[in-house]
Design a protein around this ligand. Structure first.
Ligand code: SAH
Ligand code: SF4
Length: 381
């Protein structure tokens, strides 16, 4: 036996799995069977894969394994939201949040431990950058959540109108957890391919969303390689303010970002981009800023999602008052722009956007000891 590193099968998209199985003389059909065992049935032990030949199983056991990062904390909110904290080593933790709704179940997953973009309103930004997650760690979040939710069925809520119930508990995935997915492009791409693969998670492209702070060249690549729904974190209506709120804007200013959005729309599965706009008291919530934003919105087919800021101690920022958020939304709506305000879910387990260690409200909670943040999916009011 050679002493090659064992391979985590969660990290292999179908092409790579076919290649691996091919090296052992196996047909692509075998790789597909294996993929279904691993991702669809959530099986990690090769012995249980009864329709695979014994030698093949032995080969797999000798050289491969199936494993998601270990879960250090699991929490459940009174509103059904669930949160897992995964230990990715060296004191790094990442979060995954599941948000059940009547017509869908959304899993919010992380792409990096920390983030280099350092937006001042985001607790991940304050952590700095630790490392990129691997495809296995990204897909491992989905693999684990799906397994747990399936095991909980039939008590888990099912998605209305979809037969198979528990099988479809997770109908949507949003890459809105920790990290900037497009700065970990190759590993994220592998994970996206598995999400869409019929032999793995079989999600529709329209139900998989990448959220980006605006990594222009990678938006172009994503449009070519694997067009899925795209959310762009806009947060400011002009370069001067966006340079401060989303420092990556200094590299890829608004005009370039908007042009990239339009190029993306040529390939996108949806005919609009979702612009996310965090509502910060006295920073980006004035009527003139709404007016500026309308000019921008006219340049791209888009919908707006206004996100009430989730405060944390170090940020020194405050959430816009709700009446101001509603007024801001109304201005955009009056200009013909579809606008929603994101609802906060999972408050009692700190599963809302950007919550982290040291948040005044959260002093007694586990989050205080485990610096991280999580965000929730787009939820329309
Ligand atoms: N890096 C990517 C994806 C992760 S952040 C991006 O920036 O788009 C996902 C969303 O959570 C972003 O729109 C981000 O602006 C938002 N977010 C970050 N911190 C937040 C906070 N404290 N309150 C509310 N939303 C926050
Ligand atoms: Fe990174 Fe997104 Fe947080 Fe900005 S908002 S620091 S890009 S995770």
């Amino acid at each position: 036996m050679s002493s090659v590193e064992p391979i985590n099968l969660l990290g292999l998209d179908s092409a790579k799995l076919v290649e691996l199985v091919g090296q052992w003389g196996g047909k692509p059909f075998r790789a597909r069977q294996l993929q279904r065992w691993v991702h669809q049935r959530g099986v990690s032990g090769f012995d249980a894969m009864t329709d695979l030949a014994r030698e093949f199983r032995q080969q797999l056991a000798a050289q491969c394994y199936v494993s998601a990062p270990p879960v250090s904390v699991e929490q459940r909110s009174s509103d059904g939201t669930r949160k897992w904290l995964f230990d990715v080593g060296k004191n790094n933790a990442i979060e995954t949040v599941f948000i059940p709704e009547d017509d869908r179940g959304t899993l919010c997953i992380s792409s990096q431990a920390g983030c280099t973009v350092a937006c001042p309103f985001c607790s991940t930004g304050y952590q700095g950058f630790n490392r990129n997650l691997t495809t296995a760690e990204i897909i491992g979040q989905l693999w684990h959540a799906r397994r747990v939710l399936q095991a909980d069925a039939p008590s888990a809520r099912t998605v209305a109108g979809e037969p198979g119930g528990a099988d479809r508990v997770i109908s949507n995935v949003v890459m809105m957890g920790m990290g900037e997915p497009l700065l970990n492009y190759d590993q994220v791409l592998g994970a996206l391919r598995l999400m869409l693969d019929d032999n793995a998670y079989g999600l529709s492209r329209r139900r998989v969303t990448v959220s980006t702070s605006g990594v222009v060249p990678m938006m172009d690549r994503l449009g070519q390689d694997c067009p899925v729904a795209l959310a762009v974190s806009l947060h400011a209506p002009n370069d001067a303010l966006r340079d401060r709120l989303v420092p990556l804007n200094r590299k890829y200013p608004l005009a370039e970002l908007l042009a990239a959005c339009n190029r993306y729309l040529e390939h996108a599965p949806r005919d609009f981009i979702t612009f996310e706009y965090i509502m910060l008291d006295g920073v980006n919530d004035a009527p003139e800023q709404a007016a500026e934003l309308i000019t921008i919105a006219k340049q791209v087919r888009c919908k707006f999602n206004l996100i009430p800021f989730n405060p944390f101690a170090q940020s020194g920022l405050k959430r816009s008052p709700m009446p101001r958020i509603r007024l801001f939304a109304q201005r955009l709506q009056d200009a013909g722009i579809v606008t929603t305000v994101r609802k906060t879910r999972g408050d009692d387990i700190d599963a809302a956007c950007g919550q982290l260690a040291g948040d005044v409200k959260d002093r007694t909670r586990i989050n205080e000891r485990l610096p991280h943040r999580a965000t929730i999916a787009i939820t329309e009011e």
